[in-house]
Design a protein around this ligand. Structure first.
Ligand code: BTN
Length: 245
């Protein structure tokens, strides 16, 4: 990872640039990283607040030969790489809330946005965007985020080197991704489950089709959340916002 690195001071969105580069044939492992994003975006068309020099705003291009149905696995793999890097760099052990949130003391410190370039059932590129709140102070967060978001600095009590954290993430991502391509998803799944919150608990999943309540049983081999509803049916949740209910 990071054999080709496109570093910019300020961009609308690293995700947008990574999509352009992937369309132009950029090689696997290409990274786009910026000090600031003016139009950072999150899941479900949300804005991702990306102020200058405080966080890691980074997108990575992968080109795995996997079916479309398995691409959620890469979000989970990336979450494991980031959790381990945060632990190694800061000593803090975060938890993961399916599918893409990394929490510290119940507040969101990291979001992951996985987007695809695909034709029919064939994946051309997977663009994985990582937004990591590193050195923000409480006053740097907009009011709407103050109670739900945090930064590594707020949790650790000291400044964190963004460079060290980027290096650790890219190293872990490379290791996990290489192992995943040869040994499959199962080892990553076990690691992911060891960091996951809300497994075995009653949750509320807000999907595009509506809200479902049930017990989070775990993830299946595709990385999809399995939710057992009150009548015992097990629903597969491909995309949702989840809360403990
Ligand atoms: C989420 O939790 O909603 C996902 C947030 C992903 C944010 C990152 S920051 C780098 C990359 N560029 C973007 O515009 N978004 C992703």
């Amino acid at each position: 990872m990071g054999q080709a690195v496109h570093y910019e001071k300020s961009v609308p969105s690293t995700q947008k640039i990574a999509h352009q580069l992937a369309g132009e044939g950029a090689s696997e492992g290409t990274i786009v990283i910026a000090d600031e994003q003016t139009e950072g975006r999150g899941r479900l068309s949300r804005v991702w607040h990306s102020p200058v020099n405080t966080g890691i705003w980074m997108s990575c291009i992968l080109k795995p030969k996997i079916p479309l149905s398995q691409t959620p696995q890469l979000t989970l793999l990336t979450a494991v790489a980031i959790v381990q890097a945060i632990e190694e760099t800061t000593g803090i052990l975060p938890s993961i809330k399916w599918p893409n949130d990394i929490l510290i003391n119940g507040k969101k410190a990291v979001g992951i946005l996985t987007e695809l370039q695909a034709e029919a059932d064939s994946v051309h590129s997977v663009i994985i965007g990582m937004g990591i709140n590193v050195n923000q102070e409480a006053r740097d967060f907009p009011d709407a985020l103050k109670t739900i978001a945090t930064s590594l600095k707020l949790e650790a009590g000291n400044d964190i080197s963004r460079t060290s954290l980027i290096q650790a993430i890219l190293y872990n991502l490379e290791q996990l991704y290489t192992a995943y391509l040869s040994a499959g998803f199962h080892p990553v799944k076990l690691l992911w489950e060891s960091y996951a919150v809300s497994l075995g608990r009653e949750i509320k999943a807000r999907t595009l089709q509506g809200t479902i309540y049930g017990k989070a049983l775990g993830i299946n081999d595709e990385g999809v959340l399995l939710l057992q509803t009150a009548d015992g049916t097990v629903e597969k949740i491909y995309s949702a916002d989840i809360e403990l209910s």
